[in-house]
Write a protein that binds this ligand. Structure first.
Ligand code: UFG
Length: 322
């Protein structure tokens, strides 16, 4: 199997490339290194460039691939509210151009990184695939637009896709070779770990007045390798001729911000200095996935479902880069 991994130098993409390599796949990473890292691409070919560059995309796709996995998105909700142009251009326009280039080269399988943000404010939890889709920010809307385009591209052109809606991607390569390196970092677990390692004076808890047992927001943290194994199983399903499908990916267990901080204290043996701040705009109180469909249809079983292990792997990585 030969896979084009767009955005393979980023956090999730780089773990995917490593896993594909272990599974004996051939792959090429296309990444402009705007937020990814060349040294995170541990195997396969590498082309530095923007997937919005049509000429380059044509040249790369001409090499021939069985499928494309697409990780090259902007992901910050707050930024998407300030600069929606950037999000619609990259996450929607460039992605549609990618799909059209794929069609031109007869690459007709696509694995798409989608998000829990397509659901907006939850109407019930855990959130299954039938939950209404009403994103409340441009980031979520860009992802939903691509999901909708993919459904139309399947009907009209037979382009098969799997949309994987991540809840909170977390953790790091269990072998310690890869991890999260966002700049700026906005995600809770790496921020708390950077506080543990002394690189930040404290962690700000965004709101303690939510309707949750301890008043802080609840999220469903899913190990990066478990996300990647879902991609692999999704790809295999398409190779077997399965229909296009969307899946919600999480462990089905919610942990509050306070519980994450407590877990970091346990794992690191260090006291975390925290301060309580106001709510962050656009944060739902509780996001927990119902992933039964992925378990049933893909045979997906998370290997690292407990938060302690997720934090241990992330801490292992933080100590390497600190
Ligand atoms: N949080 C803090 N302090 C911080 C950072 C985060 O209290 O310094 C809280 C947030 O308010 C939230 C929780 O920690 O309650 C998790 O926040 P993250 O930023 O780590 O993750 P989000 O749940 O905001 O974001 C994730 C994905 C996004 C996606 C979103 C969908 O990372 O890409 O879920 O809602 F858009």
């Amino acid at each position: 199997m030969n896979v084009l991994v767009v955005g393979g130098a980023g956090y999730i993409g780089s773990h995917m490339v490593k896993m594909l390599g272990k599974l004996g796949c051939r792959m090429t990473t296309l990444d402009n290194l705007s937020s990814g890292h060349r040294d995170a691409v541990l195997c396969g070919g590498f082309v530095q460039g923007d997937f919005g560059n049509q000429t380059l995309l044509d040249q790369v796709l001409a090499r021939g691939f069985d499928a494309v996995m697409h990780f090259a998105s902007f992901i910050q909700v707050g930024e998407s509210l300030q600069h929606p142009d950037k999000y619609y251009q990259n996450n929607v326009v460039n992605t549609l151009n990618l799909l059209n280039a794929m069609r031109a080269h007869r690459v007709m399988r696509f694995i798409f990184s989608s998000t829990a943000a397509i659901f907006g404010e939850p109407q019930y939890t855990p959130i299954d695939e039938r939950h209404p889709q009403q994103p409340i920010n441009p980031y979520g809307r860009t992802k939903l637009m691509v999901e909708q385009a993919l459904a139309d591209y399947d009907k009209a052109y037979g382009l098969k896709s799997v949309c994987l809606r991540y809840f909170n991607a977390a953790g790091a390569d269990p072998e310690g070779l890869l991890g999260e390196r966002h700049d700026p970092e906005t995600h809770l677990i790496p921020l708390v770990l950077q506080t543990a390692s002394g690189h930040r004076p404290h962690i700000s808890v965004f709101g303690r007045d939510y309707d949750t047992p301890d008043g802080t927001c609840i999220r469903d943290y899913i190990h990066i390798n478990d996300l990647c194994s879902a991609h692999w199983q999704a790809l295999q399903s398409l190779m077997r001729g399965a229909d296009s499908q969307a899946y919600n990916l999480g462990n089905g267990n919610g942990f509050s911000v306070q519980e994450v901080i407590n877990t970091v204290e346990r794992v690191t043996g260090r006291k975390i200095s925290l301060e309580y701040g106001p709510r962050r705009a656009g944060d739902p109180a509780r996001l927990v996935a119902d992933s039964r469909l992925a378990r049933e249809k893909l045979g997906w079983t998370p290997q690292y479902p407990d938060l302690q292990t997720i934090v241990e792997h992330a801490w292992n990585w933080e100590q390497k880069v600190a």
